[in-house]
Ligand binder design. Structure first.
Ligand code: GLA
Ligand code: GLA
Length: 717
């Protein structure tokens, strides 16, 4: 089910429940929202106590009044289900809804997003209210989308969850013998005699069975997903026909978002980057990857459900957002496939945990506050960008980032228990493509891969069932596949492959990955080119070699003969070559001279193996060369300056090209733009009186100012 939007959603979380006794404030909110071009609010995620103050006594009138009044003023509602924060009475009467921690301590009432996902009582209570909400509000034209719960998170170890876990295990394995086999419980003689003995992992008990730990993570993720499915079903029982979403979080490890994505219609997520903490170029790249992870869950446009219109209050340090950043982060979301720019929150609360969290309307209530004016300006700008709505993101390149792989790899006691740098390794590959101005999908092992020209598998420790066959067919058919160190080590049970790694892909890679060396922090090895940087390149690609050599000339002191040389750290895998062609070798240590990076022609395709955690420059150079080989180029057909993001969306008729400068300084920018129309082009400055100035740069300036965003449009022929 898709949303039929006619404008980019603009607005955010609104908590009128905190202001019901102040009608004058609610009235003023309307004025300020309209003035800021707000067209959407999200209501009700934390309203359970006001919607059902006593068991089965529902009080929805106030909510309806607010929804209707907003609608009359041109503001639609995304309506929340209230499961994230239960009323006090509910926990008092039914303590089973409270979670039990992994150390088996029961929690008290308090905070939020911490109910038991298995509790039949909780499920029944949420079912009732969701049905009622659907019956009352789904037909209301103001309501455009259901927002299921809020930021599902955490896990519960109560007896109800233990039971549900055992049932899940029985369904999966049928017999206890099969459990023992798949979990290799013979280790330390921890074989189970019956299913009743199985308990969730605990620091007070069992953490030595990796299969148990992995399955518990799978179960907890499954149980959360099942709870969400249950909530959606309750809405549907109540007659809801509108689409659903749930707001996802930045790099949230415990829930496999690919599973959760299957039970909702539209992906949405909450984005809170720490801008100006270190390099904004790196922060923008990190944020971009999260956007692309979210977009790739359904490979469809998504919604930015929350972002901060200023400073948060929950980080260690909550820095003010510099002028222009509200616009830049909003347009960055749009660039990566969002059809909304929504904030937490519309009005700043007066008391409680989030009273100092920025909002569109701050405590002063004034419309001359900097955040308000920036938001107002962006709201106005978005109204001229509605043509972008619903346009898609096409990518020739995909990178694998897989939740189950992360769980298994990070749990295993292995070569580096300090830090494996999984996300960082994915990010390095991601950044290298993005620096070339190329769109990237970030997918998991269950998604189809045929559509891509290039597929990268960084640190794919676990091969889930069927994955190696899929890759084999992909490379055979002409795909370019790159895999790194510490890949293909275990199967889906976290049992090591026997006979060699990467399991099932040794012929495709043309090698066997054997020992892996872990380096202490601060240590490094080097990767030295063997002749050509990339064998099999035709003459016209020979520029790559000289370019690469000049780029990393500062590394020459590491190179034996002053050739091409990169540093690598953390993990170095030793390779036994079969048909693969090594083109980089280790430069140091007892394995100096042994192959480190290889390519293997296989079928119509090529399979690259990157044996060590190489520095970013290595990825930048290698991927630039591979993109060239695959004939993939950015829309400008030119080198993209560092710190500038180039991202495309398109529909049948038009292509939209976003260019954003995340450097703190101006950057020369001289593309051949004759076919492109500029839709939006602006940067913001502030004078010493605190006045914001918006500078239009439509006349093709040859500099991109700090935080400038330009949006080009190309009519397709
Ligand atoms: C100790 C234990 C062994 C084994 C090794 C691993 O020596 O006695 O059972 O766990 O550590 O290094
Ligand atoms: C999360 C929550 C919101 C709010 C914000 C504050 O995203 O979903 O309710 O607490 O954080 O940044």
């Amino acid at each position: 089910m898709k949303m039929n939007l006619d404008s980019i959603l603009y607005g955010g979380d609104y908590n009128p429940d905190q202001w019901l006794e102040h009608p004058e404030i609610l009235q003023e909110d309307l004025r300020l929202m309209k003035k800021a071009h707000v067209n959407t609010v999200t209501l009700g995620m934390f309203s359970w106590a006001k919607l059902e103050p006593e068991e089965d006594h529902f009080t929805f009138d106030w909510m309806e009044e607010i929804i209707d009044r907003l609608y009359k003023n041109g503001i639609a509602t995304i309506l929340g289900t209230p499961s994230a924060s239960r009323p006090h009475w509910l926990a008092d009467k039914y303590p089973e809804v409270l979670r039990v921690n992994e150390d088996r301590r029961k929690q008290l009432y308090g905070m939020r997003e911490n109910h038991c996902y298995s509790s039949p009582v909780y499920r029944e209570r949420i079912r009732r209210i969701n049905r009622q909400l659907a019956a009352r509000f789904d037909k209301n034209p103001a309501v455009i989308l259901w927002h299921i719960s809020n930021e599902y998170s955490g896990e519960c170890h109560c007896p109800l969850c233990q039971d549900a876990f055992r049932k899940w295990i029985i369904e999966r394995y049928q017999t206890i013998e099969e459990v023992n086999r798949c979990w290799n419980t013979g280790f330390w003689g921890h074989d189970y005699q019956s299913f009743e003995q199985i308990e969730s992992p605990s620091s007070m008990g069992e953490i030595s069975i990796d299969g148990l730990t992995l399955d518990w993570k799978r179960f907890s993720s499954h149980q959360t997903t099942d709870f969400c499915r249950w909530e959606v079903a309750a809405l549907r029982e109540g007659g809801a026909k509108k689409p659903t979403t749930t707001n996802l979080m930045y790099h949230y490890k415990p829930i496999n978002y690919h599973e959760l994505a299957d039970v909702i219609d539209i992906i949405s997520w909450d984005n809170y980057p720490s801008w100006d903490k270190g390099s904004n170029v790196a922060r923008a790249a990190d944020t971009a990857m999260q956007h692309d992870i979210m977009r790739s869950l359904k490979r469809e446009p998504f919604l930015l459900m929350e972002s901060c219109p200023g400073a948060t209050n929950w980080k260690e340090i909550s820095k003010l957002t510099r002028p222009g950043m509200i616009q830049a982060q909003g347009l960055q979301a749009l660039a990566h496939g969002s059809d909304s720019v929504l904030y937490f929150q519309i009005r700043q609360g007066r008391g409680g945990y989030e009273k100092f969290h920025a909002a569109l309307i701050s405590h002063s209530g004034k419309d001359d506050e900097r955040n308000y004016r920036e938001c107002q300006h962006l709201g106005e700008s978005l109204e001229s960008l509605n043509g972008i709505l619903g346009s898609e993101t096409k990518a020739d390149v995909a990178i694998l980032f897989d939740w189950e792989n992360m769980w298994a790899m990070e749990n295993a006691m292995g070569p580096r228990n300090q830090n494996l740098y999984y996300k960082e390794s994915v990010q390095k590959s991601y950044d290298a493509f993005r620096k070339q101005g190329i769109n990237v999908d970030v997918i998991d092992m269950t998604q189809s891969i045929d559509r891509y020209k290039i597929l990268v598998a960084p640190m794919l420790y676990m091969f889930r069932q069927g994955f190696s066959d899929k890759v084999k067919a992909y490379v055979e058919a002409g795909g370019i596949f790159l895999m790194t160190y510490w890949s293909g080590i275990v199967d889906e049970h976290d049992l090591c492959f026997l006979g060699g790694c990467p399991g099932g892909l040794m012929d495709v890679m043309g090698l066997r990955a054997s020992e892996i060396d872990a380096l202490y922090d601060g240590e490094y090895n080097t990767l030295l080119a063997v002749g050509d940087f990339l064998p099999g390149f035709s003459k016209k690609h020979s520029w790559q070699l000289s370019e690469v050599t000049s780029k990393n000339s500062d590394r020459k002191e590491d190179g034996e003969k002053g050739g091409i040389c990169y540093r690598c750290e953390h993990l170095c895998q030793l390779l036994k070559i079969d048909t693969a062609i090594p083109f980089m070798r280790y430069g140091k240590d007892f394995y100096a001279g042994m192959p480190a990076v290889t390519v293997n022609p296989y079928g119509k395709g090529k399979a690259f193996y990157i044996g060590a955690d190489a520095e970013a420059q290595f990825y930048d150079d290698l991927y630039a060369a591979i993109l060239h080989m695959a004939e993939i180029e950015n829309p400008f057909g030119m080198e993209i300056p560092e710190g500038v993001e180039v991202t495309c969306r398109e529909n049948e008729k038009q292509r939209f090209i976003f260019v954003q400068n995340f450097n703190g300084y101006a950057i020369p920018w001289n593309p051949v733009e004759k076919y492109y129309k500029i839709l939006h082009s602006e940067y913001v400055t502030m004078d010493s009186n605190g006045c914001l100035e918006y500078h239009q740069t439509n006349d093709g300036q040859s500099l991109l100012q700090p935080l400038e965003s330009r949006i080009y449009m190309e009519e397709k022929l």
